[in-house]
Write a protein of this length. Structure first.
Length: 360
């Protein structure tokens, strides 16, 4: 078993003591250089070390130094012509210019050109005749020509007029009335629609979500394009932790981040009431991002009550994974739902529909 040694911090002051503690073989091994290090001279990069004693009186280092001194002592040869800036000596190079020869056109080329010219003249003449014929043609003649060519005559074409849709009326919902009805748990307040209402204060959002915390009547809440931020949606998450009746939630066209989208789903872990979530087209992030998309795909199977999510995804693999998980959640809900009660219609028209419990 190899014993593990804890690393020790070594400073430059301990370097001399460490080298003095090494043996001769360890120092020789430490002195070896990398043979591929081009910054070292070849004589030092050689891995072979000759340990034989010298057989002569010649000293290699003294010989190399002497040769170097002799080379430096030899004077350089003087140039016959001294260098002068801007002076050219010898033959000056002049690039050759190729002459372009223009060959005369052959008789065949002249004949082909004349033939093409004659064909152009003929086509031009025919086009003029067609234009003159169309100008002189009666409406019935134009219809016959259109039938022959297989096209629709212009007089038979009717342009479809554009449909002008009326502008959507402004949302007249009063936030104070909604807060009071939610606080009173009014049975008629089953849907809250605050779409396109701007400038709702943070205190009113806090009061509304506080009233919805214990509300048992509201099933759909929509606040699209209301300038919602993460701080306001955080209050909504606190409400979803205790409210199990809200099944549809629409927060499109706001400023909600991807992390808060995950927090909304996590808030329904205990209540299991939210079934449909629409939260696409956010200002801060048009796409959720790879990390949030992957986390969302891994989270959906853990929340079987969630069967619809309206959100824009950038990556095809996470989109397919989320779609498959939502389909499985829907199948699980169909398998576990209570089918002992059905809605029966009165064919005679005397009474309205009734809920009837089936016998098994």
């Amino acid at each position: 078993m190899i014993e593990q040694v804890n690393p020790t911090h070594v400073t430059l002051e301990d370097l001399e003591d460490l080298i003095a503690a090494l043996s001769a073989e360890e120092i020789e091994e430490l002195a070896e250089c990398d043979p591929d290090d081009s910054s070292m001279p070849p004589s030092m990069r050689c891995a072979y070390k000759c340990n034989k004693t010298a057989t002569g009186e010649v000293n290699r280092d003294m010989l190399l130094n002497d040769l170097k001194d002799q080379a430096l002592a030899i004077p350089d040869k003087e140039e016959k012509l001294k260098w002068e800036a801007g002076t050219k000596r010898g033959k000056i190079y002049v690039p050759k210019v190729e002459e372009v020869k223009v060959e005369s056109e052959s008789e065949d080329e002249d004949e082909e050109r004349m033939r093409f010219s004659a064909e152009d003249d003929e086509r031009t003449k025919q086009a003029k005749e067609f234009v003159e014929a169309l100008d002189m043609a009666s409406p019935s003649d134009l219809i016959d020509i259109a039938d022959i060519l297989g096209v629709t005559f212009q007089d038979d074409c009717v342009a479809t007029s554009l449909k002008v849709f009326a502008a959507e009326p402004p949302n007249e919902t009063k936030i104070d009335e909604v807060i009071k009805a939610a606080s009173d748990n009014d049975g008629e307040l089953m849907e809250i629609n605050l779409n396109n209402i701007k400038n709702i204060s943070h205190q009113k959002w806090q009061a509304l979500f506080g009233a919805l915390r214990d509300n048992t009547m509201v099933e759909a809440f929509s606040a699209a394009n209301c300038d919602l931020t993460d701080s306001i949606v955080k209050l909504l998450c606190d409400t979803l932790e205790s409210n199990s009746t809200i099944r549809q939630l629409n927060l499109e066209s706001n400023s909600v981040t991807g992390d808060m989208v995950l927090n909304i789903i996590k808030a329904t872990a205990n209540t299991k009431g939210l079934e449909e979530l629409k939260i696409s087209n956010q200002f801060n992030n048009n796409h959720l991002g790879s990390a949030i998309e992957y986390a969302l795909a891994e989270m959906i199977p853990k929340y079987p009550h969630l069967v619809k999510i309206g959100v824009r995804m950038e990556f095809r693999d996470t989109l397919n994974k989320c779609a498959m998980a939502l389909v499985k959640n829907l199948d699980k809900r169909r398998q576990t739902e209570d089918r002992s009660f059905t809605l029966k219609l009165d064919k005679t028209g005397k009474t309205g529909p009734k809920i009837v419990q089936e016998k098994r």
